[in-house]
Design a protein around this ligand. Structure first.
Ligand code: HSE
Length: 425
């Protein structure tokens, strides 16, 4: 039987989960996969920490060279997170000819081209199933199940922290601040929650998924991003009245050579399967020109779910007869003839605080009409101090038309504030 010696860099939550799975399921993997995967070294800041997390001090190392110089190690797992020193370590490992398995979406989306080049130069593999949507096998689905399809759409809830917060606001009426605090207390949200709540984490993942699905680099900087920190309980309640549930969606669509990629809060019809994805769970819809719709659902984070994706990559790498690299020119740039489409089609929810006076509504509808925006419904909510909130739900229109119209409406004297602009599917 083939024995594969593995090192783990970073014994935090995900590194610890990976170690646990490899111990717990070692016999199963040997029996069913024909490989004996053994963790022989773990790198972290202190040997005491490694011993505390694994109960094994013999495998603890605090210097990368101890891994690089070990010829018996062929696969190195990176679960350190962040860009540096992970990037420097990964490049050294790849150039030494050892393959990398990583969960690091930020690093991959920012420096994929450089890492893949290091892998090619070292004759090593670069595997990253765990980088997107934790234990949900979305990368392998794109690269090994839908490789004969023209992938037209990738849409989903790919951040668990924000889904947890929005679920608590929707179901328990919590404010954004209360729900964030609960997410932090439960260990979903970081002390500094910016990456999750402002949509960066979802943008990194969408850049990886859409690059694989659309066969061209989709730089994360090209993805439109809006987080959830401005969503109010009032928006959520108004959405419910209109039959919608708010979710932070990542959306990638391909139409010929044009690609639209965006992450933003979205009202989803309450009967839509994505509306039923609650708490920290994730779900991704993929649409191929042949397979049509595929939906994947599961845990997008956590020690064992993410560890499960890492172990799958370790086994894949151990059994691979040749290295797998991306099937497009991976230079970190959008490859011609693909173009990013920023003026996409959508429906919109627009909330305004306005003077509660006769004739005010007609002023807004006139501006909307001038931009060719047709209304589906209008709600007026309780007036106070001479002001009321007006909520418009539009029919399908374009992003630019709505932005221009809302800009103009915001300048009208009768408008106190434009409170919300939320896209609707
Ligand atoms: N912080 C992420 C989430 C998990 O909340 O989904 C790791 O990407």
């Amino acid at each position: 039987m083939k024995t594969v010696n593995v090192a783990i860099m970073g014994i935090g939550t995900v590194g610890g989960g990976t170690y646990e799975i490899l111990k717990k399921n070692r016999a199963l993997i040997k029996r069913t996969q024909g490989v004996d995967v053994v963790v022989t070294k773990i790198l972290d800041r202190s040997a005491e920490l490694i011993e505390k997390r694994t109960g094994n001090k013999d495998i603890a190392v605090t210097n990368l060279d101890d891994i690089l110089s070990d010829d018996k190690i062929s696969i190195v797992v990176e679960t350190m997170g962040g860009v540096e020193p992970a990037k420097t370590f990964i490049k050294k490992v790849l150039l030494s000819g050892k393959s990398i398995v990583t969960a690091n979406k930020e690093l991959l989306s920012k420096h994929w081209a450089e890492l893949e080049q290091a892998a090619k130069d070292g004759g090593a593999g670069l595997y990253f199933e765990a980088s997107c949507v934790g234990g949900v096998p979305v990368i392998r689905t794109l690269t090994e199940s839908l490789q004969g399809d023209n992938v037209l759409e990738i849409m989903g809830i790919i951040n668990g922290t924000t889904n947890y917060i929005l679920t608590k606001m929707t179901e328990e009426g919590m404010s954004y601040g209360q729900a964030l605090k609960e997410a932090q207390d439960k260990g979903f949200a970081e002390f500094d929650p910016t990456a999750d709540v402002e949509g960066f984490d979802a943008v990194y993942k969408l850049s990886i998924l859409s690059s694989l699905g659309f066969h061209t680099c989709i730089p994360y900087t090209e993805i439109y991003r809006e987080g959830i920190s401005k969503i109010t309980v009032n928006d959520i309640e108004s959405g419910k009245e209109l039959g919608y549930t708010v979710k932070l969606l990542a959306i990638g669509k391909k139409k010929g050579n044009k690609v639209e990629v965006r992450v933003h809060p979205t009202f989803v019809p309450s009967a839509h399967p994505l509306a039923a994805v609650r708490n920290e769970f994730n779900a991704v819809f993929l649409k191929g020109d042949c397979v049509d719709d595929v939906m994947l659902y599961g845990r997008g984070a956590g020690a064992l779910p993410t560890g499960s994706a890492i172990v799958s990559d370790i086994i894949y790498c151990a059994k691979a007869t040749e290295r797998r690299y991306t099937d497009f020119e991976n230079n970190g740039k959008l490859n011609a003839p693909t173009e990013i489409l920023s003026d996409f089609d959508s429906k919109y929810y627009i909330a305004l605080s306005v003077s509660d006076k006769p004739g005010v509504l007609s002023k807004f509808t006139e501006v909307l009409g001038n931009y060719g925006i047709s209304l589906n419904s209008v709600i007026q909510k309780g007036a106070a101090d001479g002001f009321a909130q007006i909520i418009f739900l539009t029919h399908t229109t374009t992003e630019n038309a709505v932005r221009n119209a809302v800009d103009e409406i915001g300048k009208l004297k009768v408008v106190k504030s434009v409170d919300s602009l939320i896209r609707v599917i």
